[in-house]
Design a binder for this molecule. Structure first.
Ligand SMILES: NC(=O)c1ccc[n+]([C@@H]2O[C@H](COP(=O)([O-])OP(=O)(O)OC[C@H]3O[C@@H](n4cnc5c(N)ncnc54)[C@H](O)[C@@H]3O)[C@@H](O)[C@H]2O)c1
Length: 451
């Protein structure tokens, strides 16, 4: 019997065991066979981080790893050996060798942490191979890819989860808890975005990922090898999910609500050019490149429930990190910048309160339960939670908290923003990836069902 089928059989025994600490074996008898067998596809910076967090768990085996870079393979094999775990099967002799990993019987689930252009294809083929698929963000680059995820999930009945870790950030989950307890009353408006100075990520000297330098593509390492090209070629919000994921959960997107339409506008593109000139001089070949991606891209989404969501992409200029969250309802609002909140009847009229005591009061049950473990000793904080949700969902073969419909709707912001910008801010309709099911789908219960 496949290990996964055993999990399903055991699910009734465990029942409410969703809150069991991960260091406890999932199995009722603790036998080794009841572990989830995971294959890792892509073990660069992010994949290695996931791997190291997985190696701390007693309920998973890493049975296979795949990466086209032998340096990364050597590194993870050492980590696996140091953790005292069995050597996994190794793949990566070419870009499609992951297909041989997907063919393995002893892989139940895969974690995909490759560059963006591989995400949909690998996730789709994983589902076709009956592997529970976890994919890094974003999940898709085009509307066609968004549909591919949904269609393949529906055709195969196999689940996929978009591994959006920010949905598990402590303040975000506390605010979600406040939303569910109606602290803001009826929701009206949201803001969010990815506002992160990535100049040191998009360029390096080919030795260290963050070691300075102005090279990208083949002369560079890690994300500069592939991410920067998106800024050269595409004028759109290429990384929407860290911002939109948490807001979509609060607004019950695809579960009683949905994204209906969106307008996007982009500023001029000067940040990356200035960075190259500053580091490499005006005569550096990269100083001649005309970057297509506007430095600040602003999208406004309208939802079926008549809320608006402002989504910002701001990664090419000097600035401190912020996801810029704002959650506003009929009774008040929270803003992450300034750590402030205003609730009518509780706050002094027209005056902000610091949000700290509110966030503590509404600390999410998951964080109360696991917070100390997650934040201590490098267990990953929010990354522990997103991985835990993936592992627990895969073990029971149940729908994950963030599914194919979420992956499609959130990722669709990228292609829709590109078209809207191209057409001077013309509104773009979101496809209804649920094909009408959003009307009846129940809100995900992040309090009761979360794991
Ligand atoms: N959620 C987060 O907080 C977070 C943080 C960092 C990165 N990410 C996401 O994780 C993903 C990976 O980012 P990263 O920083 O690890 O990039 P990276 O460039 O360091 O790693 C990507 C790895 O994929 C490998 N790869 C490329 N094509 C492959 C193929 N066909 N088969 C097998 N391996 C292949 C590369 O050799 C590389 O080791 C991206 O989607 C990124 O946006 C998410």
């Amino acid at each position: 019997m496949s290990t996964r089928r055993k999990f399903i059989k055991n699910a009734s025994i465990i029942g409410a065991g969703l809150f069991l600490a991960p260091q406890f074996s999932y199995s009722s008898n603790g036998s080794k066979n009841d572990k989830l067998n995971i294959g890792m596809i892509g073990v660069g910076l992010r994949g290695t981080h996931h791997l190291n967090n997985l190696l701390l768990r007693k309920d998973v085996n890493i049975t296979a790893v795949c990466d086209i870079d032998p340096v990364r393979i050597d590194l993870v094999l050492k980590s696996i050996e140091n953790a005292g775990a069995k050597k996994p099967e190794v793949f990566g002799k070419n870009e499609y060798d992951y297909r041989n990993l997907l063919a393995l019987e002893e892989v139940d689930a895969v974690i995909i942490s490759t560059p963006w252009l591989w995400h949909t294809l690998m996730t789709k083929e994983a589902m076709l191979a009956n592997k529970y698929a976890g994919v890094e963000v974003s999940a898709a680059n085009t509307l066609e890819e968004c549909w591919d995820l949904v269609n393949t999930h529906e055709q195969t009945g196999t689940h996929m989860m978009i591994l959006e870790n920010v949905n598990y950030r402590r303040d975000v989950m506390a605010v979600l808890n406040m939303v569910r307890q109606n602290v803001f009353d009826e929701l009206v408006h949201f803001r969010c975005g990815y506002q992160h100075d990535l100049r040191e990520v998009k360029f390096n000297n080919g030795k260290q990922p963050y070691g300075g330098g102005v090279e990208f593509g083949e002369k560079s390492t890690s994300e500069a090898q592939w991410r920067t090209l998106h800024s050269v070629k595409r004028n759109g919000d290429v990384y929407p999910t860290h911002g939109i994921g948490p807001i979509a959960a609060m607004a019950n997107i695809n579960r009683g609500n949905r994204f209906v339409s969106m307008t996007s506008n982009a500023t001029k593109a000067i940040g990356l050019h200035n960075h190259v000139v500053k580091g490499g001089g005006e005569n550096h070949p990269n100083a001649k490149i005309k970057f297509k991606q506007g430095d600040v891209i602003t999208s406004v989404i309208e939802t079926a429930n008549q809320e608006t969501i402002v989504v910002t992409h701001d990664c090419n200029l000097p600035r401190p990190y912020s996801l810029g969250f704002r959650v506003q309802g009929a009774n008040g609002l929270w803003e992450v910048d300034g750590n402030r909140i205003y609730i009518e009847g509780k706050s002094k009229p027209h005056q902000w309160d610091t949000a700290t005591s509110w966030l503590e009061k509404y600390d999410h049950p998951l964080w109360k339960k696991y917070g100390e473990y997650a934040e201590g000793a490098g267990h990953g904080g929010m990354d522990f939670f997103v991985l835990n949700a993936f592992v627990e969902s895969a073990k029971q073969n149940i729908a994950p908290p963030m599914d194919a419909y979420d992956a499609a709707a959130w990722s669709a912001i990228t292609p829709l923003s590109e078209v809207s910008i191209e057409k001077n801010g013309e509104p773009q309709e979101f496809p209804d990836f649920t094909r009408g099911k959003w009307v009846k789908r129940q809100p995900y219960n992040w309090i009761k069902d979360s794991h």
